[in-house]
Design a protein around this ligand. Sequence first.
Ligand code: GA4
Ligand code: GA4
Length: 330
Amino acid sequence: MGGGGGHVPVVDLSRKRSQVSELIVKACQEYGFFKVVNHGVPNDIIARMEKEGLDFFRRPATEKEIAAGPAKPFGYGSKNIGFNGDVGEVEYLLLHTNPLSVSQASEAISNDPSNFSSVVNDYIDAVRELACEILDLMAEGLRVPDKSVLSRLIRDVDSDSLIRLNHYPSSSSARDIKEHRVRVGFGEHSDPQILTLLKSNEVGGLQISLEDGVWVPVPPDPSSFCVNVGDLLQVLTNGRFVSVRHRAMTSSSTRKSRMSMVYFGTPSLHAWISPLPETITAETPSLYRPFTWAEFKKAAYSLRLGDSRVDLFRTHNPHYDLPASLSPPQ
Ligand code: GA4
Ligand code: GA4
């Protein structure tokens, strides 16, 4: 695993299990981010998903708008992120991972909906397995006796997990390229969920933020998955793991566009989230109060993209008594 000097941690999942789990814990504590190689997700499953995404984004704007659908924030979107005025140089497809939602969304997205659903479902099944494997390794590294306590949250049949395809157009003019002019594709934020697995093509743009606010570019590498610690995992580990702030910039040096495929491992809406007992000690008492994913999600969508959400749920926070609009029904 490399660290510092502009490098990001890389974890080889084919190495000895005890070493892998240690490296993962270290990366999650220091960065909230790492790359995995030898991840076991079959290349053809990735390639087929990539093709569906590129075929879709290549279609004329008028056809893509039809795929936008009424169920905001799901379906196709362009430039607008969330509901509170955030924008970026990005177009996307956002889907719920449950098979019924996938098949319904496919009707508006593809001319061959049954093929589209089966490609997307295969991809979802493969990345969910990888996410669960990584969560089990984290639990082992944290010395949590119940090894599947984290992965169970996203294996739930009512999991609120998402899949998102982001397409970042390449710089529009020769002048942009010449002057290395970059624009914000997807602005600085942390992911609200438990764990994010991101796969991109060979075009760069992803950057992670270190604690001191320095931006570190993540070199594009089609053979790896990027793993982000989400807000819920920060809470579940009582702040030992940090949810990494990251952003995506449009490219300045190539005419090729960037596409990323992102899986957000998420519990069910009614799941209760609070620090695992093993992470609560005399020196570090529980930093967060218990809440449901539904409550956290509502808070996330009521704030701006770059706002910190976890702070609202800290036990010592003056906002502990949340406004009624953010409180769970009692
Ligand atoms: C960031 C991670 C996922 O892409 C996402 C995003 C969601 C959206 O685009 O609709 C959010 C954003 C993300 C964080 C805060 C809220 C919700 C936009 C926004 C302002 C789908 C998610 O779950 O949270
Ligand atoms: C917040 C959490 C759950 O209550 C909910 C909500 C959903 C709804 O249809 O009421 C959303 C809202 C919640 C977040 C953004 C989207 C979806 C309304 C809305 C504008 C059921 C959910 O899943 O997301």
